[in-house]
Structures are given as C-alpha cells and as structure tokens.
Design a binder for this molecule. Structure first.
Ligand code: SF4
Length: 249
C-alpha cells in the first residue's frame, strides 16, 4: 500500500512499537482458544470497522511507544509459551518483524492477528489469524466519528486485498480465516471470497457472531447451522464470557 497510514500514532523509532496494551490472559478466539498467552496490542489501524471492539487501537489510537527489549522481557516474564501480536493492525508496523523474531528465538509460538490487507514475508509466525472484513464492517454514512465520510471510503477501498489474502494463506505458517458475521447474507460474501482464494480447509474457516456481549440465540443459531452445512468452525469469544467487554483481557 503506497499511501501512508494516517491511523498510526506517531511512528516510534525502529526499535520500538506503539503499544495500546499488553497483558497475559487466555486466548479468547480461534483455534487456540483457552491457551494462556501474552498479548501485545499495537496501536493504529489502516481500517475503521463500524463495530470495531478495540477503538482505542483504531478510531482513537492510544498508548505509547515501547522498546522491543522491554516487550520481549515482559513476555518472557509471564512464562507464556504463546504470544499473540494483535492490534489495531500489527502488519503495518515495520518493527513487527524484529519483535516476532525475538519472541520466536525465545521459543514462543507466535500468532499474528490481522485483517489481511497487508502481506509481508519478513516476520516470524506460527499461526496467521486472518479476519477479512466483510461489507458489514464498513462504517455507516453519518457515523459521528467520520463526519466527512473519509474513513468510510478508505475502509471500503482497503478492506479486501486479494493479493495480500492469497499471500497470507499461502505463507509458511498455519492459518485461519475468521469472519465476523452479522446477518445470513454474509454467507454469500464469504463463499464468493473463498472462491477467489487458494483452497482453504473448511476447518480453517471460522464464523464469529458480531458483538461485544454473548450472542443471543437468534443471532447465533443461523451461524452454527451454517457451520454444520459448510464444515466450518463456530468461533466463540471465551474472553467475553469470562471477563465481559473489558480491556486487557
Ligand atoms: S481491522 Fe480490527 S482493529 Fe482495525 S478497525 Fe477493524 S476491528 Fe478495529
């Protein structure tokens, strides 16, 4: 992407990363749900999902630059064997690469959580957790956070990058495609997108009901039924059950 990412807070020095929060918790989503993990949430994103559950790392990025050595020391001190590099969009930060390699050198399993709009090969990664953004993610016209509609247009133009998705699903790591779904019509979008990618194993496709509270029956029944039909995984949000919609969990 040639355009600069105006969402990133002031770019820190190369040996540092803008960090919104870091914490030790259980992985709440995806194939590795329940595994004790050290998380670092990088602050800044090239998208603006209307329903973003971490607006403090996208719409209003907070935090401060942290040097890489302090992050690695913190991760190791937790005793975690798994590290989750998330955001925001971690892939837009050049210093993601040295951080990922430093953690891998200490024997940690690395998950990178990305929307899949940026591909790169300089990172260490065991599980690429890709969450392509469907049209349900685009901010509504009139969203007060986007008075001139600039982010609505940018988001819509950026949210699907087929070249990046193809590269990320073909990379030297395991992958999962995690779709946030809001309505049954989302299924057609998912099927159309999967048809444009190299074959993805059905069990690597995850459907997660949109929301920051436990999904009511009406909004989750069609999701699990779609998973049964297509062989996909239903993706729960363990951290919401355990901790509610709170930061650093
Ligand atoms: S890609 Fe993720 S962090 Fe960025 S706006 Fe969407 S949900 Fe928020």
């Amino acid at each position: 992407m040639s355009e600069q990412h105006p969402s990133a807070i002031d770019q820190p020095p190369a040996a540092a990363l803008p960090v919104s929060e870091s914490f030790f918790s259980l992985q709440g989503e995806g194939k590795l749900t329940g595994i004790p993990s050290w998380f670092v949430r990088l602050s800044g994103c090239n998208l603006r999902c209307g329903w973003c559950d971490t607006p403090y790392a996208s719409w209003n990025p907070d935090g401060a630059p942290r040097d890489l050595s302090s992050l690695v020391d913190e991760a190791c001190a937790t005793g975690a064997r798994h590290a989750v590099l998330t955001g925001g969009e971690p892939m837009i930060f050049p210093a993601l690469a040295p951080l990922s390699h430093a953690l891998a050198a200490r024997g940690m399993h690395i998950t990178i959580e990305t929307a899949g709009t940026v591909s790169r090969v300089d990172i260490a990664c065991d599980l690429m957790s890709i969450s392509p953004k469907l049209s349900n993610s685009t901010p509504h016209a009139g969203d007060p956070r986007d008075p001139d509609g600039r982010w609505r247009r940018l988001h819509e133009s950026r949210r699907i990058n087929l070249e990046a998705l193809r590269a990320l699903t073909a990379g030297p790591w395991q992958h999962q495609l995690k779709f946030v779904v809001a309505a049954p019509s989302d299924l057609d979008e998912i099927l159309a997108l999967l048809a444009l990618l190299p074959p993805v194993a059905p069990t690597d496709v995850l459907l997660m009901p949109e929301g920051t509270s436990p999904a009511p029956h009406a909004s989750r029944d069609w999701v699990w039924q779609a998973c049964l039909r297509h062989g996909w995984r239903y993706c729960h949000r363990l951290h919401i059950d355990l901790f509610g919609n709170t930061r650093a969990t």
